[in-house]
Design a binder for this molecule. Structure first.
Ligand SMILES: [Zn+2]
Length: 116
């Protein structure tokens, strides 16, 4: 385990509203979708895990771990990570029909060119 992705767990509808509020304030939103109903909002009270970038060839993996009283997002090493190496994981964003594509700049040989 490297770090837990921490933040406020919100219902998906509430998270969408919050994201619009952050956009209106020109503030970046840091969110992680647990499933179709829940999202972790790390914008205001998250751990440093919110700053981990996407890569198509990641050195970490993000896993949803279910406990009796809820869920946690755990970022774990997928391979040996050298000192000073940037942490990254595959965001695995699903394309949404009315959403524009987000270009990927990870630089990996197998880069998919788009994050979603
Ligand atoms: Zn890429």
């Amino acid at each position: 385990m490297v770090i837990e992705y921490m933040g406020d767990i919100l219902r998906a509808e509430v998270a969408m509203g919050k994201e619009l509020q952050y956009k209106a304030k020109n503030r970046p939103a840091y969110m992680f979708r647990i499933d179709s109903e829940r999202v972790i909002d790390a914008t205001r009270s998250g751990s440093p895990a919110r700053y981990i970038n996407h890569s198509c060839s990641p050195n970490c993996v993000a896993e949803v771990v279910t406990f009796e009283r809820g869920h946690k997002i755990i970022i774990s090493a997928a391979r040996r990570i050298d000192r000073g190496e940037e942490l990254c994981y595959d965001y695995k964003l699903t394309p949404v029909a009315d959403q524009s594509k987000i270009p990927c700049h990870c630089g990996a040989a197998n880069c998919r060119k788009w994050i979603n």
